[in-house]
Design a protein around this ligand. Structure first.
Ligand code: B1M
Length: 256
């Protein structure tokens, strides 16, 4: 017999840092809480099964990602911000989250379809944060893009080499540090100096990046999260797109 009793779960939005409450059938909320707990405690071995169990309750993969895996990381991220958790704990948590993302990836990004566009994605030079960028990549793949993820600490010349090699339609740069977001400007400057700026559309993103900053440095678009990154990409690769700057925040506000 299905248990329709509702339950709630308090989670921290990893982007805004605000607390919010989600609710749903008791078995689904219990599965999300269990998964978030394993991520929070860095229990890498238990995360894959807990991810499958959450999916088995009928939760969509995207919800398991946001309200299970990411909810666990956000708790440790919040402690890190308040100086009560340190790099080793954050790293262990991040790895645990990645074990769950491996299970979700094929569900969010089915293989075998002709790509709607080619994307080169990376975290810029000097920056080692990759979880948000991985999420952006998974969401883009899920929407039908072929994604070439160059990883972290990617110098401008490597971005450009790959854009040329795979004939990318779109290049996505991520940064999580207020220092390394300046590498977005340097990377665009380098591509422009090499005479290749008109070969590819460029999207800038990551926690410290704003639409205003992205526009100022000469990017074509900005997205604040993985879901809006897809919406921005779709606009930017529209045939005949007139080249105006796309701010993902404004896009979602207008759509609402
Ligand atoms: Co770091 N770290 N970290 N860290 N870390 C932050 C970012 C920080 C905010 C924590 C804090 O407040 N103190 C702070 C930066 C402060 C600042 O500059 N503004 C910080 C710092 C200072 C550091 C070190 C310098 C610490 C030190 O050594 N003293 C160091 C730097 C290392 C380096 O990069 N050179 C460091 C190291 C690390 C770890 C290695 C331990 C680990 C990274 C592990 C990994 O990624 N594999 C880590 C982590 C995990 C964090 C926090 C806790 C979480 C980041 C994260 O993954 N968030 C973070 C604090 C926090 O945010 N609570 C912190 C979840 C992720 C889903 O969100 O990445 O924002 P996010 O991605 C979102 C959006 O931003 C957007 O979509 C994503 C999904 O919705 N997005 C894009 C991201 N990229 C995009 C690209 C796009 C579009 C959208 O288009 C292309």
């Amino acid at each position: 017999m299905t248990d329709n009793t509702l339950d709630t779960f308090d989670i921290i939005d990893p982007i805004t840092g605000e607390h919010k409450q989600i609710s749903g059938p008791r078995n689904q909320i219990a599965a999300l809480k269990k998964l978030a707990d394993f991520v929070e405690t860095g229990d890498q071995d238990s995360v894959p099964n807990a991810t499958r169990e959450a999916l088995d309750t009928g939760l969509p993969a995207f919800e398991v990602l946001m309200n299970g895996l990411q909810a666990g990381l956000a708790v440790v991220g919040d402690r890190f911000k308040r100086d009560i958790a340190f790099i080793p704990e954050v790293l262990v948590t991040a790895r645990a989250m990645q074990r769950g993302m491996e299970i979700l990836k094929p569900l969010l990004a089915p293989e075998g379809k002709k790509p709607k566009g080619i994307v080169v994605l990376g975290t810029v030079k000097g920056d080692l944060h990759d979880i948000g960028k991985l999420m952006v990549g998974i969401m883009l793949e899920g929407d039908g893009y072929e994604v070439h993820d160059l990883g972290v600490n990617v110098p401008p010349e490597v971005f450009l080499e790959n854009v040329i090699e795979v004939e990318a339609d779109l290049m996505g740069m991520s940064a999580l540090l207020s220092t390394t977001m300046m590498m977005h400007r340097e990377t665009i400057k380098y591509i422009t100096e090499k005479g290749c700026r008109d070969k590819v559309k460029i999207m800038s993103g990551g926690a410290p990046v704003t639409g205003k900053f992205a526009q100022e440095i000469g990017a074509d678009g900005f997205a604040a999260d993985a879901a809006s990154a897809v919406a921005v990409a779709n606009k930017l690769i529209t045939p005949g797109w007139n080249g105006g700057f796309i701010d993902g925040v404004k896009l979602s506000t207008n759509a609402a």
